[in-house]
Design a protein around this ligand. Structure first.
Ligand code: UDX
Ligand code: UDX
Ligand code: ADP
Length: 469
């Protein structure tokens, strides 16, 4: 069995960075180098004051312990590849924006470029591990590229090792994963490569949690896990619409159904809609895969999960407009939270982007506050969401604030878009005093104590609750 002494990770993003930092921490005998083409990103990972390029609780501590010991960050991709026994490919795989499969299929350009680079550079045999979420059978394409371009004496074993960490809890998830999944070809070499990677994880993950399966099952399991999780949220959000129309309470409904051990209590929190880089992308991938396999009904089934999510966001912004007497033109709306969930600075597919775009189109004035998201990221996201509106025009309508209290000043309504814990402990009396009256709160995350806010004087609308301002 090959032994792993040096690991290279191509891609220093939300997945590659934390994953390989934890591998370095837990395996002091393995030298781990994380490479990326993006110089600014690598500089941030190497910054003397540890101002890392991504915000993730506990990450800084891991990097402080391992960086310079057996964890290195570099833009020298070729050296990283040459020196490694095992290479993780952890590059971005966004949804295609144009060409065949636009809007659905994954853009595999980055995976392909990284794979070609490995083939061109490697002078000895490597285990190549697909870490990015990719459509089923990508490993096959990687193998074809590697085999067709490899140098003599360099043979490649391909593994699929999808990452299941969630942002905001990445370090905890990596320290104690529910499972580690490794897919390989069922050949002797494939099984040996699988055992070599399994040994790396066994430095801290109990052996029974390391599942070894076929290559295609591994790839499909990742898409399936994200699709099932997203489907739960769309299901609870669909029920939240019924609750709002009937006077039932989604929190009570979710609790009641979650007590059924077959259903379980987690991941049943109604919200303004799911976001993040994975759920929508992976479902659209599954839809595209189903369509290309001529499984029309299967494609339609999964597509509905995304349709319901879009509906949930639209429904929420409409409820805001309806409640504010059918117009928000010229009114100031405070949006608390811009990240797609709490404890991350990531904004990819965040529901807040859609809500704010809707408010802009209604010609409201929007104040935004998020504890982690940088201003230039907010402007880039809003610009992309309204390609026909010049940024200068957006900036006359939207304002970025440095605290929740500042964002709520002179506002007519407060929207809770992300479930940051600090929004629970805002000085709501002070918020109320600074707002125009009647002062509205729209809780899109089931976060605040609506009755307490009502006792202060707010008119409160909660997702999944009938009107009871
Ligand atoms: C997800 C998967 O959880 C993870 O296993 C996979 O590796 C990557 O995709 P992530 O997108 O980081 O992780 O966060 P997650 O906690 O799953 O949340 C996704 C979205 O769903 C967020 O917008 C979140 O606010 C929303 N959500 C989650 C709900 O609206 N309700 C819930 O009950 C749970
Ligand atoms: C169901 C609910 O489980 C129960 O809580 C409710 O009170 C009544 O409806 P029941 O219809 O008796 O109970 O049986 P259940 O075990 O839920 O199975 C329903 C159907 O689903 C069966 O045809 C079963 O074969 C099928 N099923 C169940 C599957 O195909 N796969 C599964 O994993 C589980
Ligand atoms: P994820 O959430 O999947 O980790 P990110 O976009 O955060 O995605 O990170 C992917 C990283 O991969 C980016 O920093 C990007 O610069 C890097 N990357 C993409 N292609 C290559 C490549 N061929 N070589 C090295 N790095 C790459």
């Amino acid at each position: 069995m090959p032994r792993v002494n040096q690991i290279c990770c191509i891609g220093a993003g939300y997945v590659g960075g934390p994953t390989c930092a934890v591998i370095a921490l837990k395996c002091p005998h393995i030298r781990v180098t994380i490479v990326d083409l993006n110089q600014a990103r690598i500089d941030a990972w190497n910054s003397p004051d540890f101002s890392l390029p991504i915000y993730e609780p506990g990450l800084e501590d891991v990097v402080r312990k391992a960086r310079g010991r057996n964890l290195f960050f570099s833009t020298d991709v070729d050296k990283g590849i040459r020196d490694a026994d095992l290479i993780f490919v952890s590059v971005n795989t966004p949804t295609k924006k144009s060409g065949v499969g636009a809007g659905f299929a994954a853009d595999l350009n980055y995976v392909e470029l990284a794979t070609r680079r490995i083939a061109a550079t490697a002078t000895s045999s490597k285990i190549v591990v697909e870490k990015s979420t990719v459509p089923c059978r990508t490993a096959e394409s990687m193998r074809t590229i590697l085999d067709a371009n490899s140098k003599p004496n360099a043979r490649f074993d391909i593994l699929s090792n999808p990452e299941f960490l969630a942002e905001g809890t990445a370090i905890d998830d990596l320290f104690a994963p529910d499972r580690v999944l490794i897919g390989s070809l069922q050949t002797q070499e494939g099984k040996e490569a699988c055992a070599a990677l399994s040994e790396v994880y066994q430095n801290w993950v109990p052996k029974e949690r390391i599942l070894t399966v076929g290559l295609w099952s591994s790839e499909l399991s990742k898409l399936a896990a994200n699709a099932m999780l997203a489907q739960r949220i769309s299901s609870i959000n669909a029920l939240s619409a019924i609750c709002e129309a009937t006077g039932a309470n989604i929190a009570e409904v979710a609790h009641s159904i979650g007590q059924d051990s077959r259903i379980g209590p987690k991941f049943l929190r109604a919200s303004v809609g799911f976001g993040g880089s994975c759920f929508q992308k992976d479902i659209l991938n599954l839809v595209y895969l189903s369509e290309s396999l001529n499984l029309k009904e299967v494609a339609e089934y999964w597509k509905q999960v995304v349709t319901m999510n879009e509906y949930q966001k639209r429904r929420f912004s409409k409820r805001v407009v309806d409640t504010l007497f059918n117009t928000i033109t010229g009114k100031r709306i405070a949006v608390l939270g811009f990240a797609f969930k709490a404890d991350t600075g990531d904004t990819r597919e965040s529901a807040a982007i859609t809500l704010i775009r809707d408010f802009q189109q209604e010609r409201a004035l929007v104040n935004i506050y998020d504890p982690q998201v940088e201003s230039n990221q907010i402007w880039a996201d809003l610009n992309e969401a309204s390609p026909d509106v010049p940024l200068a025009a957006i900036q006359r309508q939207v304002f970025i604030c440095s605290s929740a209290l500042e964002a709520c000043k002179n506002a007519e309504a407060v929207i809770i878009a992300t479930e940051w814990a600090e929004f629970k402990t805002i000085d709501w009396e002070a918020v109320y005093a600074g707002m125009n009256k009647p002062a509205f709160v729209f809780d899109g995350r089931l976060l605040v104590d609506a009755d307490r806010l009502r006792s202060i004087g707010f008119k409160v609308t909660v997702i999944g609750r009938g009107e009871r301002l």
